[in-house]
Design a protein around this ligand. Sequence first.
Ligand SMILES: Nc1ncnc2c1ncn2[C@@H]1O[C@H](COP(=O)(O)OP(=O)(O)O)[C@@H](O)[C@H]1O
Ligand SMILES: [Mg+2]
Length: 262
Amino acid sequence: MVRNALSQTILEVKGITKRFGGVEALRGVSFKVNKGEVVGLLGDNGAGKSTLVRCISGIHPPDEGEILIADKPVKLNSPMDARDAGIETVFQDLAIVPEFDVVQNLYLNREIRSSNPLLRWLGWLDTKAMTKRSQKSLNRLNSRIPSLNEKIVNLSGGQRQAVAIARAVSWGAEVVIMDEPTAALGVEQSAQVNELIKLISSQGVAVVLISHNMQHVMDTCDRAVVLYQGRCSADVAIADVDKNDLVSLITGASGLQFAESA
Ligand SMILES: Nc1ncnc2c1ncn2[C@@H]1O[C@H](COP(=O)(O)OP(=O)(O)O)[C@@H](O)[C@H]1O
Ligand SMILES: [Mg+2]
């Protein structure tokens, strides 16, 4: 567990309901995340985790409820809106381009255009500025990526995850959501990703982490929010539970008390 959490709420999800036709995927889900806090978002398959992440990342506007950043309600009608609000999401596929190098991936869709008006008009990019800033982002993460000009295909799974996380935090994200960041990684690389999570949280970034690995949740999270059949069924401090408690909460075997739904 990390102890970087500050007492200032950065993200608040308030009474989110999302329906797909007759299916109520989320039913009045509410929780808060503080600055620098790492919150595990747990739940069995179909519990609503991905739907919730899509609501917070502007992909699915919720049917009811609101999302607040630093106590201000934000309307997230697109992923760009979420980014503008300071929310970055690292999806499972990482959305990186294997044939591009590290710098190109860090600046994907946000390239810096040349400052020379003519070159700018011709669509030239300011590679020097992008490289310099990429180096800064990766330094901030104590990254072990060999070279910024390395193509992603030549990097390990852990290094790719580092590039995706660097991209998220280099845009000044206040909240980074990660969907199963270590699912495809071996032990050592998972440990590196956990270190990265601790590092960015120590820099004040709040992290919402979806994981099925209870050991990782115990190692990296301050708190866990559990979804059960679309409801928030538990919100617990990691210091107060063990792995078995988390499993019981996820499977609904613990005689759960549903959190008040809005
Ligand atoms: N685009 C969609 N259309 C219809 N039903 C969906 C859609 N996305 C999710 N669902 C349903 O919503 C519920 C929650 O799914 P999901 O958010 O993917 O859960 P989790 O990520 O926790 O496994 C499931 O019953 C799923 O079938
Ligand atoms: Mg899912």
